[in-house]
Design a binder for this molecule. Structure first.
Ligand SMILES: *Cc1c(COP(=O)(O)O)cnc(C)c1O
Length: 449
């Protein structure tokens, strides 16, 4: 069975990121300061985030932003990443659709997160910051951050969601290998953690609790900045390297996607692959569809509410306009740890509100069915998060069997699953279940918001 790969030469790798804020017909509403209720300025953001990232966060005018030379050098350790035509998967499904995937699992850390970890740490270094702190769920972001911090000579402190730390112990080892200090969240080391544990001593942790703890550490430690692996505009900006490369590679393949699909936690890998193509819908009249695949157990895009909400459980972050299930929503313990987040990034939220993109919900078992089929056909064990994108792509490819359409489907393989074998083991043993939410549960959580 043949497989076809498209790889860019070093001089073809994009040297700028794409800032979709410049082209959006309706800009996102501004993030709001929780105390003053005023729109945030970049100076407000720069109290906890790197200055350059704070500026990028609110940049509505520059369509393209230069990638710093030193970041490009680091990108070239693993970029370009391959664009692959998945013939074997197509054949197994029996679809006339052409399925392509962008393989972001081929870097030292195994997920797309490194694309933003590198510039964030670079800017910290430039600005005289010595320490960075962050949260991590399944550990992909923490691992990428630990590596990037070490690359640029920074100290990293990572709060990892407790349940994920137990499910994926090797990720903590990876972070420690790169020199990061790792703490399970909620912990007793911060005010926020103590408060959460006082109310619920058995709290499993969530990205929301870990963010609260990391933000608190950044606020109370000199020369320490908080960096975030998803949700925010500047993170999605850095991830557009994925879509910009894919654009060139699809051109090499002589095709253009009818559909672009990615899994959705906070929106960075989805935005990263989607925005460069969406710009051609906005500017050049293309009609590509954009599908964000979220877990059925954490359905903020399809069943959440568009409103201002906090990014974290304790309510330390600015208020962000987004689709949310409520900042105290406790997602089920699914294995796709990177998708267990209550809210969606501001840009994607606005674009979904404007019907320029849509969400789709994938049950846990369907995601693993898809991941297994992908592993057995393409030879790559996908991250449980990425399997949601694969499942959504398979659904669309199956629709093409009925209609006979040769649609071109492009999805992002956000990471590999080699550190997630416990999850596969449980699936193979028949020990995994689906988690559904009733409308009442969702409404009740939003009411308490
Ligand atoms: C973190 C992560 C995700 C989800 O985060 P987004 O910001 O929505 O991309 C998806 N896949 C993998 C492999 C991840 O590590």
């Amino acid at each position: 069975m043949k497989q076809k790969k498209f790889i860019l030469q070093e001089n073809e790798i994009p040297t700028q990121w794409y800032n979709i804020l410049a082209d959006m017909p309706n800009k996102p509403l501004p993030p709001i300061h929780p105390a003053t209720k005023q729109p945030l300025t970049w100076e407000d953001l720069a109290h906890i985030f790197p200055e350059e990232c704070s500026k990028q966060e609110l940049n509505m005018t520059d369509r393209f932003i230069d990638i710093p030379e030193e970041v490009l050098d680091r990108y070239k350790y693993y970029r370009s990443t391959p664009l692959v035509r998945a013939y074997a998967l197509e054949q197994a499904i029996g679809t006339p659709a052409h399925i392509y995937f962008k393989n972001e699992s081929v870097n030292p850390l195994g997920s797309h997160k490194i694309n933003s970890a590198l510039p964030q740490c670079y800017y910290c270094k430039q600005e005289g910051t010595t320490n960075v702190t962050t949260e991590t769920g399944a550990g992909q972001w923490g691992a990428a951050l630990a590596y990037a911090a070490k690359s640029f000579g920074l100290e990293a402190a990572v709060y990892q969601v407790k349940i994920s730390m137990q499910q994926k112990p090797y990720r903590s080892s990876i972070m420690r290998t790169f020199g990061a200090a790792v703490t399970g969240s909620p912990s007793m080391s911060t005010r926020a953690g103590k408060d959460i544990l006082t109310v619920n001593p058995m709290h499993n942790g969530s990205l929301g609790t870990a963010i609260s703890e990391a933000v608190e550490l950044a606020r109370t430690t000199p020369h320490c900045k908080y960096v975030l692996g998803s949700v925010l505009n500047h993170v999605a900006l850095h991830q557009t390297i994925i879509g910009l490369e894919a654009e060139k590679q699809m051109e090499q393949a002589g095709e253009y996607p009818d559909m672009v699909i990615a899994c959705f936690g906070g929106g960075s890998n989805f935005g990263g692959i989607a925005f460069p193509f969406l710009r051609h819908n906005i500017l050049d009249g293309k009609t590509t569809e954009f599908i964000a695949a979220e877990p059925e157990s954490c359905p903020k895009l399809t069943r959440g509410k568009f409103q201002y909400d906090f990014g974290d459980e304790a309510g330390y972050t600015p208020l962000l306009p987004m689709y949310t299930l409520g900042h105290q929503f406790k997602p089920a313990n699914i294995h796709a740890g990177g998708l267990r987040y209550h809210g969606a990034g501001m840009i994607v939220s606005q674009l979904i509100k404007d019907k320029m993109m849509r969400g789709v919900d994938i049950p846990q078992l369907e995601s693993f069915d898809a991941g297994m089929l992908f592993a057995r056909t393409e030879g790559i064990i996908p991250a449980p998060e990425s399997s949601h994108a694969i499942a959504a792509a398979i659904r669309e490819a199956k629709k093409c069997i009925e209609t006979g359409e040769e649609k071109v489907i492009l999805f992002n393989l956000s990471g590999h699953g080699l550190i997630d074998m416990t999850a596969y083991e449980q699936y193979i043993n028949g020990d995994l279940v689906n988690y559904q939410l009733t409308d009442e549960q969702i409404a009740k959580n939003l009411e308490n918001n």
